[in-house]
Design a protein around this ligand. Structure first.
Ligand code: NAD
Length: 296
């Protein structure tokens, strides 16, 4: 069993940390928010009072933080993880951050004598609680092999996508596709309705025809056909507009840096940007359907 420092006990990290404890690992948990540390302690982790306290004696550090700037400062800032971890410690960052930031962090970690894997997730807070997340990992074969059993304690599908940053690349390309397909699904249901079809009839046809996609069959943005979808609870997230906007911004930034000239990704980003600007960042991202009706 591993000695793990878990840092970042928010919506995602709290469930992930609890699942590592459940699997029998020795976990020391830290977050800037003392209540989150207390809650983690109630679910099997040892509470840490600082990064130093969490990291000292650990052989693996796992982070689940909001964005790249938090990841870089937690690992490499003054008094950060790298200042206190033993050489050879494995760093696993599960946050969604820019591909370039992930590659810079891994390069710095390796230069300082550590190993690092970027392992962003898909599956949301329900997947984090249930231990059914999908992990997309980037890093050396050796680092991935060491990380894999820990990722398996928190997830169901674990992929090694290649070298450093490739986990983030897979994550943002996937989420860009999701952002685009959700808007397309919303527009298709809106058009069908305007042309006289009810949502269930269009769903029955399209879900077994060539327009079928995850946004339709698992997360239908029109209320009715998929009972578990946020469309049936007035678009309470789920996956908020602000989070989709973050992932699209990362995808567009990476595309620009790589010289990939995209058309629909930037348009999708504009749709969510516009919803954010009107104060709807906390609505589920399938709320585009309600927005098309002028209802947001
Ligand atoms: P969150 O804001 O709920 O949690 C982040 C936690 O990090 C907070 O508890 C915060 O206090 C802590 N934190 C911030 N700076 C810190 C520091 N310097 N030291 C210690 N703790 C610090 O965010 P979340 O929803 O758990 O998401 C985490 C990451 O996972 C993000 O990168 C997000 O994009 C990604 N993600 C989220 C979801 C989701 O559905 N929420 C799904 C997939 C991926």
């Amino acid at each position: 069993m591993a000695k793990i420092a878990f840092i970042g006990l928010g919506n995602m990290g709290s469930g992930m940390c609890a699942n590592l404890c459940k699997a029998g690992h020795e976990v020391r948990a830290f977050d800037l928010n003392a209540d989150s540390v207390k809650a983690a302690a109630g679910r099997g982790a040892a509470p840490a009072v600082s990064l130093k306290d969490a990291v000292t004696g650990a052989d693996v550090v796992i982070t689940m933080l909001p964005a790249g700037k938090h990841v870089l400062s937690v690992y490499f800032g003054d008094g950060g993880v790298a200042a206190h971890a033993a050489k050879g410690t494995l760093f696993i960052d599960c946050s969604t951050i820019a591909v370039d930031d992930a590659r810079a962090a891994a390069g710095k970690a390796e230069a300082d004598g550590f190993r690092m894997v970027d392992a962003p997730v898909s599956g949301g807070t329900a997947g984090a609680e249930a231990g059914t997340l999908t992990f997309m990992a980037g890093g050396s074969d050796e680092a991935f092999v060491k990380a894999k059993p820990l990722l398996e304690a928190m997830g169901k599908n674990i992929f090694h996508a290649g070298g450093s940053g490739n986990g983030q690349a897979a994550k943002i390309a996937n989420n860009m596709l999701l952002g685009i397909s959700m808007i397309g699904t919303c527009e298709a249901f809106f058009l069908a309705e305007k042309l006289g079809l009810d949502a269930q009839t269009f769903f029955d046809i399209s879900s077994v025809s060539s327009g079928q996609c995850w946004s339709m069959t698992n997360y239908c943005p029109a209320p009715g056909p998929v009972p578990t979808a946020p469309s049936n609870r007035d678009y309470k997230p789920g996956f908020a507009v602000a989070m989709m906007h973050k992932d699209l911004a990362l995808a567009i930034g990476a595309a620009r840096a790589a010289g990939a000239d995209l058309q629909l990704g930037p348009l999708a980003e504009k749709v969510y940007d516009n919803m954010m600007a009107r104060g709807h960042g906390d609505v589920d991202f399938s709320g585009v359907f309600k927005d098309l009706h002028g209802g947001l």
